[in-house]
Ligand binder design. Structure first.
Ligand SMILES: [Zn+2]
Length: 175
């Protein structure tokens, strides 16, 4: 999943407005950014994503993100939401891709990337749902302003661009 991950962060912000959006964006992207970081560091495991998207890896990343947020805020209820956003990243990836479970375990996922338009519709729905929740955090008077309403359109356009880039170059990876 690409732009849909940001939709999940927006939805979490709508559920608990006190968590800074940047923390939720970090949480929602953490498995992918960890993947990119490892890749740039030259760590390329035989099973892609085993260190960042497998069950144990996601548990560790979720715990790290939760602890980081707790250290920052002392918000003991919000830390569960931050952790859940990391877990939601993996769950979303199981829908769109194919991810490892544990060392020696099976790869699981629905692999919607093979059906770009279905993937596009799913990501658009996730963005829309997340944005509707996020929109509630704005005062009634601001909800109809163009920056608020442009946000989901920008994310859907980004997703469309990613879909086109991937269809032109199917071997394109995130790192
Ligand atoms: Zn991912």
């Amino acid at each position: 999943m690409y732009a849909g991950h940001i939709g999940i962060a927006l939805g979490a912000k709508g559920i608990r407005d006190s968590i800074p959006l940047w923390v939720l964006v970090l949480a929602t992207q953490l498995p992918d950014w960890s993947d990119a970081g490892l890749c740039l560091a030259g760590v390329r495991p035989a099973i892609p994503g085993i260190y960042t998207h497998s069950f144990p890896a996601v548990a560790v990343l979720a715990a790290l993100a939760s602890l980081f947020y707790y250290a920052l805020s002392r918000d003991s209820a919000g830390l569960w939401i931050v952790g859940a956003v990391v877990v939601a990243h993996a769950l979303a990836d199981y829908v769109t891709g194919l991810k490892p479970t544990w060392p020696g375990g099976p790869m699981i996922g629905m692999g919607l990337y093979s059906y770009p338009w279905i993937d596009f519709v799913v990501e658009t729905l996730v963005i829309g749902a997340g944005w509707l929740l996020y929109r509630r955090t704005f005062a009634e008077s601001r909800r109809k302003t163009w920056p608020v309403n442009l946000m989901p359109a920008a994310l859907v356009l980004f997703q469309l661009a990613a879909m086109i880039a991937l269809s032109i170059s199917p071997t394109l990876r995130k790192c």
